[in-house]
Design a protein around this ligand. Structure first.
Ligand SMILES: [Zn+2]
Length: 172
């Protein structure tokens, strides 16, 4: 059984706040307003749960040693920023994957999904793709600077993994 990290509502931060140091998930609730107003995503209860599950996914990575390995790569000084960004994309997509698994198994057990929930999660995943965020904030897309994955990658992660339910597919 995994220890549960405490969840804290937080104003400034959103992503990857499950650090090895404090093992706490921080959620910036204004993020969801931004998701809706700036990035045009549908936000439902399930999208909020999904984002939380993504953060818990980082907590799983912390327990399994994945985050520590990526930190070692970063500190080694042997990799370019573009290469490290690819590692970051893989880590984020794996957290999306874990969130998809959570949704799948929780729905099997407790039927939590309502009509439109999957579409909303997909629309949220697409909205936070690096290309969409870059296009909207700076007007152009620089693939080498991606740190979370493109809209298409994130959408695929949510959609396919939600349907497969196979944890082995999330191995980096
Ligand atoms: Zn993340």
């Amino acid at each position: 059984m995994l220890p549960n990290p405490p969840v804290v509502r937080h104003k400034q931060q959103w992503d990857l706040s499950t650090g090895p140091s404090d093992e706490t998930v921080y959620m910036d609730l204004s993020f969801f307003q931004e998701l809706q107003s700036r990035f045009g995503a549908k936000v439902t209860e399930f999208s909020v749960a999904y984002v939380l599950a993504h953060e818990m996914g980082h907590h799983v990575q912390n327990i399994l040693g994945t985050l520590q390995k990526t930190e070692q790569l970063r500190r080694s000084g042997r990799y370019s920023q573009a290469q490290l960004n690819k590692v970051s994309v893989a880590t984020e997509l794996q957290a999306d994957f874990y969130a998809g698994l959570w949704a799948r198994y929780t729905d099997d057990r407790a039927r939590i999904l309502e009509p439109g929930d999957i579409d909303a999660a997909i629309s949220a995943a697409e909205a936070v793709g690096d290309d969409n965020i870059m296009k909207r904030s700076q007007g152009y897309v620089n693939q080498e600077a991606f740190t979370h994955g493109s809209s298409a990658q994130r959408k695929r992660m949510v959609y396919e993994r939600l349907h497969s339910g196979d944890i082995r597919q999330g191995i980096l």
